[in-house]
Ligand binder design. Sequence first.
Ligand SMILES: O=C(O)CCC(=O)C(=O)O
Ligand SMILES: [Fe+2]
Length: 237
Amino acid sequence: MSAFPSTRIDAYDWDAIAGDLDREGWAVLPGLLADAECDAVAGMYGPTGAFRSHVHMARHGFGKGEYRYFAYPLPPLVEAARICLYPHVAPIANRWSERMGMAARFPADHASFLARCHEAGQRRPTPLLLEYGEGDYNCLHQDLYGDHVFPLQVAVLLSQPGRDFTGGEFVLTEQRPRMQSRASVVPLGKGDGVLFAVNQRPQRGTRGDYRVTLRHGVSTLRSGRRHTLGIIFHDAA
Ligand SMILES: O=C(O)CCC(=O)C(=O)O
Ligand SMILES: [Fe+2]
């Protein structure tokens, strides 16, 4: 499996994506992976040296289903996607951080950000591959793995809704201060990515920006099998 050209990522309308993120807290990246790339990544799932750990979600109360964290070195396609996406999302992360009155600022390239994680003891790779079967689901959660948190992450759907599985929708909730939560169901096809806030994002209100807290998960699969590639930019302690 070769690394895909960064031109696919560079060609997205990043201003429109930033607008979606500011309004909704998430944006779709259509066709982030080609059909054959999805199959190649999903086909890696299994007890091999490509992964550093294996999690049964039910054992931890995370839901039902399983996932594996990739080991370093990451598969070239996963590595390329993480590196190529980062420079486009770092400016959005910096604007959010500033608007939320947070001190964190993020360097322009992923290698510099990873060096910061590694110096702080967050050295374990976080990209992961998830596998769900009938009846499986992923409870609403946040992927925080230490003090250093990059505020946006990507999940790529590797299976075709309606054909490979039914149910199993990617869902997000936004918890607004002193208000009821808002839910979104993200419409994804095979190969589409969703870019979304890991923890918090700024929301413009009548008296300036306030923070909303996001959680994401997957609704129960009614049938079939579903794979997802998760790309998280910070490493884990
Ligand atoms: O399977 C999904 O769509 C959600 C995966 C997930 O939680 C993640 O990538 O962090
Ligand atoms: Fe997650």
